[in-house]
Ligand binder design. Structure first.
Ligand SMILES: [Zn+2]
Length: 213
């Protein structure tokens, strides 16, 4: 049985100082995560990468509305299913610098002795993704689950940004798939940091059997 480290979306556009959708303090966790990735407890290290086409449905500009507008998505498959969400500034467009992983992380991944992979998400334009396992409708699946299975993983530790979006959703998917799931709090940063948001987040993690430590 193996342990995996999943490093969520450590990309220029999610990091200060220049990211178009920078998570406050995201730049502070790059060096610690790089050190953590070198630990010999991991059977596999996976870095996820938000990887959008320019016409992606999550970009406010593609709906001619202001950034951070609320929006209701309709499932591309089941037209009666909807989900309320936020529309974002353009971010992590395929092939742009903003979509690249933090260079220190790339450098370290290349030199790891254990297996390591980059898993992309968000590349279908008609659907939003938070989880690195699947889109928000749980219809389209990335390679992540298969990869973990191939490596005999039964336990995952999740780090990266943003704690309250992609880190949380990736953790919920992992727990639902039967992985023992831990979010390593000191190696994450979130967007909403007020006490109420923190409390709601912690409750949601407990309900889903996710450890936060
Ligand atoms: Zn995105």
């Amino acid at each position: 049985m193996g342990k995996a480290l999943i490093i969520v979306d450590l990309q220029h556009d999610f990091l200060p100082p220049h990211g178009s959708l920078a998570v406050p303090g995201g730049d502070e966790i790059v060096a610690p995560i790089v050190e953590l990735a070198k630990d010999d407890r991991w059977s596999v290290v996976v870095a996820t990468q938000d990887w959008h086409p320019r016409d992606h449905v999550s970009f406010a500009v593609n709906h001619n509305v202001p950034e951070f507008s609320e929006f209701v998505y309709t499932s591309p498959i089941r037209r009666n299913e909807t989900q309320a969400a936020t529309l974002w500034p353009v971010h992590c467009v395929q092939g742009t610098q903003g979509a690249e992983l933090a260079p220190e992380l790339v450098h370290t991944l290349d030199r790891l002795e254990c297996d390591h992979h980059v898993v992309q998400k968000g590349f279908l334009s008609d659907r939003e993704y938070y989880s690195a396992f699947h889109d928000i409708w749980s219809d389209h699946h990335t390679q992540l689950h298969g990869l973990l299975q191939k490596h005999g993983v039964n336990e995952v530790s999740i780090v990266g940004v943003a704690l309250d979006f992609c880190v949380k959703s990736t953790a919920v998917s992992a727990a639902n798939l039967g992985y023992r799931t831990t979010i390593l709090k000191d190696y994450t940063r979130g967007i909403a940091t007020d006490a109420k948001a923190q409390c709601n987040l912690e409750q949601e993690l407990v309900q889903n059997d996710i450890l936060l430590k």
